[in-house]
Design a protein around this ligand. Structure first.
Ligand code: 5AD
Ligand code: SF4
Length: 482
């Protein structure tokens, strides 16, 4: 979809247009010519493999890369060994993510020795770090293309510069105000889709690298978002996930400011759309207006992801989170009062510099009180350039590890208890796939995001089905159609 421009009408003898997205469609047509030549020479089309290494935003960006490659005529593969073009869409939120990329690059180099025509591209958040790009330029010369998050919309143009060339093309920008709409997208699921509503982050939590690699907050205009969702629904989508680093500050910087709650109410009115999710909310910006919009909505899922990070007010201050433990607890209580059956999930970091045993116990206390449906727990990772990296009192590794294990055990114990509360009820499930382990079952999600497996067939995929939840197996249910 979004093939706004007929590629066959583009005259490649003309100079490329300067305006977007026309310029990128010109380059897609150009890439397609190259692919045709390739096919004539090799008797098959080149195969591309997009590897997504990050969050939902990253996954959505990967669908845009897939869209360009598909339009250009590449054949899709998930096996790196079979590919002629491999692109890693990287993450850098924790140091481990970077280490993984360097590790994989060694393997890609060995593939390239076997297939010299193989082209390797790297993009995403990690490429926004200067020291990474310097290291790639110095020690990883076999990489063909490097670009960042701000100019991802130029992928077709960059791909065209790379095709058939063995030069290393590097193009990363520090920031941009530009949002280019209506580029091709190849969705992973026909029935659900992420939709970016904003890019970047202005919060500067002291441990976090995202504001440095994703730049300042920019919101898409509501009309563009609503148009995109209408087109998705016309194309079979039942569920959208509105994406932003901090959706609660959506729309503040638009020429005509709009709140996130107002946007949600407008999305709600789109006929044919069944479910609305969003990610991520910052507790400091979560308004009463949003709680009302959720409570009154028939489509917004009964689920909120509300990152806690730490339960200690002292650590929260050092993290620059701008709320206290008490404020966070009061907020979750207010949400539960307005929407009693809501699932609350969270992110927690263990081992932030200066975290004492008492601070950690405060975190455990919040977990016990809020009783999260699930929680992503992370070991603090020192990110060069962030204020926390320069803080003294980094907590010793073994202490962090022990705390992490205790937190994980508590989170899982509570999650098991909380998740089972629907046993015996009938819930709507959006079916996603045939079960990988047992082909007699299909797998789908309830609106609170829990997985349900039940007997069904491939024809159920993409449908919302009422399912009796027979038994809870910890983090998922086994059920039967009613
Ligand atoms: N170390 C560990 N976890 C981090 N996160 C962000 N930065 C770091 C870091 N330096 C976690 C936060 C955030 C999630 C996406 O990643 O919990 O909510
Ligand atoms: Fe990072 Fe904080 Fe922005 Fe989330 S809100 S992306 S944790 S700086």
């Amino acid at each position: 979809m979004y093939n706004e421009i007929d590629l066959n009408t583009i005259d490649l003898n003309q100079a490329p247009p300067t305006e977007e997205p026309a310029r990128q469609y010109y380059y897609i047509a150009k890439c397609r010519e190259w692919v045709r030549d390739y096919e004539q020479k090799n008797g098959r089309r080149p195969r591309s493999c997009v590897v997504n290494m990050g969050c939902q935003m990253n996954a959505r960006d990967s669908e845009k890369l897939e869209g360009v490659l598909e339009q250009a005529g590449y054949e899709k593969t998930t096996r790196e060994e079979d590919a002629d073009f491999i692109i890693y869409n990287t993450c850098t939120v924790r140091e481990n993510a970077n280490k993984r990329v360097y590790g994989r690059l060694g393997y890609l180099h060995s593939l390239k020795k076997k297939n010299p025509g193989l082209e390797i591209a790297l993009c995403g958040c990690m490429m926004q770090e200067k020291q990474v790009v310097d290291k790639l330029k110095k020690s990883y010369r076999f990489v063909n293309l490097v670009f960042g998050t701000h100019n991802i919309y130029q992928f077709a143009e960059l791909l065209s510069r790379t095709q058939g060339s063995d030069r290393m093309v590097v193009d990363t920008w520090e920031d941009t105000d530009k949002i280019v709409e209506n580029l091709p997208v190849d969705r992973k699921y026909p029935f659900k889709s992420g939709v970016n509503i904003m890019f970047g982050c202005n919060n500067f939590c002291s441990y976090c690298i995202v504001p440095y690699v994703r730049g300042r907050e920019k919101s898409r205009r509501p009309e563009e978002i609503l148009d995109e969702i209408r087109r998705l629904v016309a194309d079979g989508v039942l569920e959208v996930m509105l994406l932003g680093q901090n959706v609660n500050s959506y729309g503040k910087n638009l020429d005509e400011p709009v709140t996130f709650a107002q946007l949600l109410r407008r999305v709600e009115q789109i006929d044919g759309l069944k479910r609305i999710r969003f990610m991520t909310s910052h507790p400091k910006d979560l308004s009463d207006e949003l709680i009302s919009a959720m409570a009154e909505s028939k489509k917004v899922c009964r689920h909120i992801h509300l990152p806690l990070q730490s339960g200690s007010s002292r650590i929260l201050q050092a993290m620059n989170r701008r709320y206290t433990k008490e404020q966070y607890l009061a907020l979750t209580e207010k949400i539960r009062r307005a929407i009693p059956d809501i699932s609350i999930t969270t992110d927690i970091i263990v081992g932030f510099p200066g975290e004492t045993e008492e601070d950690f116990e405060e975190t455990m206390d919040v977990v016990r009180r809020v009783r999260y449906d699930s929680a992503f727990t992370f070991i603090y990772s020192k990110r060069t350039g962030t204020p926390a990296a320069a803080m003294e009192d980094q907590v010793p590794e073994d202490v962090v590890k022990r705390r992490f294990d205790r937190l994980l055990a508590l989170v899982q114990e509570i999650s098991r208890e909380v998740s089972s509360r629907y046993t015996g009820q009938v819930k709507e499930v959006l079916v996603e796939e045939v079960n990988g382990q047992d082909a007699a079952l299909v797998t789908g999600r309830m609106d609170n995001n829990l997985l349900v497996h039940f007997p069904g067939t491939a024809t159920d995929i993409g449908r919302i089905i009422s399912v009796h939840l027979d038994i809870c197996k910890g983090f998922y249910y086994m059920g039967t159609k009613v």
